[in-house]
Design a protein around this ligand. Sequence first.
Ligand code: NAP
Ligand code: ZN
Length: 347
Amino acid sequence: MRTVNAYAAPSAGAPLVPTTLERRDLGAHDVLIEIKYAGICHSDLHTVQGDWGPQQYPLTPGHEIAGIVTEVGAGVTRHAVGDRVGVGCMVNSCGECANCRAGDEQYCLDGAVMTYGAEDRDGTVTQGGYSTHVVVTEDFVLRIPEGIELDVAAPLLCAGITTFSPLNHWKAGPGKKVAVVGLGGLGHLGVKIAHAMGAEVTVLSQSLRKKEAGLALGADAYYATSDPQTFEELAGTFDLVLNTVSAKIDLDAHLSLLNVNGAMVNVGAPAEPLDVNVFSLLANRRTFAGSMIGGIGETQEMLDFCAEHGVGAEIEVISAEQINEAYERVQNSDVRYRFVIDTATLV
Ligand code: NAP
Ligand code: ZN
């Protein structure tokens, strides 16, 4: 065991405080990673606030991890000391079920082990990336390609794959009109990735406050959802609407923006249920779907795609003592577009 510095929520909704964690000794297939940067995802807020149900505290969040391999187990073949690597939302799965074999480890029939707040195979509760080191089985460690700095790579491990996977599955590309709802951590990467895939991209944000910056990310158009005129003007326009909003939105209004056979995919995960009038789906034979992160192979594909297309997150690097202030700003949609913790400040 090794003791490492971390930040943790002591109880539901309480400010995070400095702490230490025990990381396990390396098994034959384990990799020890010195974490350099950890992104703050809105899921971290939902989790520590108890939005998604009760948790075991203290809880160290963080599933956008980028760092360097500093030690490997005797049987490790995929990674070597000195490699630039990342860890996302999962740290294990059964590896044997149909979904794991299909590369959809996030839908493991036995339940994927999430990076924090989940029961690990050894019965302990996983603790996340707001820490200096983590031990992860090699199959759940991703290569960060040369050409992407570790700080801007960290958010790709959750926000990047969560938007890449549905954009890929619903075939965003040339000739497709894609709307991204919510320009936060996920949304801004959704815009960059959909643009890099060749789609025509429209941002639907609450206001026009971030319009100039949003267009600079690669969006072709930018509208405010607070303006009812937006829904009239864009009715029946999009092939794909990617909803990244962390709160409840008017689903019917957003579904009305889909053309024939259009799909609205929810990746946002608010605590409250969303209401839908079924006629919003009957018209134009629309689909309403969801999507959860992406598989390990697909995450590597996403990282390679981002390196090839020069896509990284737009970030604000913070020190550990700014974590609680960053949480408040994320809660208030005051982030451009991801806070990333410099783990050297976890002292
Ligand atoms: P974020 O950075 O806070 O971005 C969310 C954005 O939604 C905000 O920036 C804001 O954009 C918009 N928004 C917030 N409150 C709103 C409201 N009341 N009405 C309308 N728009 C609102 O959050 P994130 O880290 O991108 O995460 C977004 C959601 O995805 C969270 O619920 C998170 O848990 C979930 N998530 C899901 C997965 C998955 O696997 N499906 C993975 C990661 C995260 P504007 O200012 O542009 O309006
Ligand atoms: Zn996340």
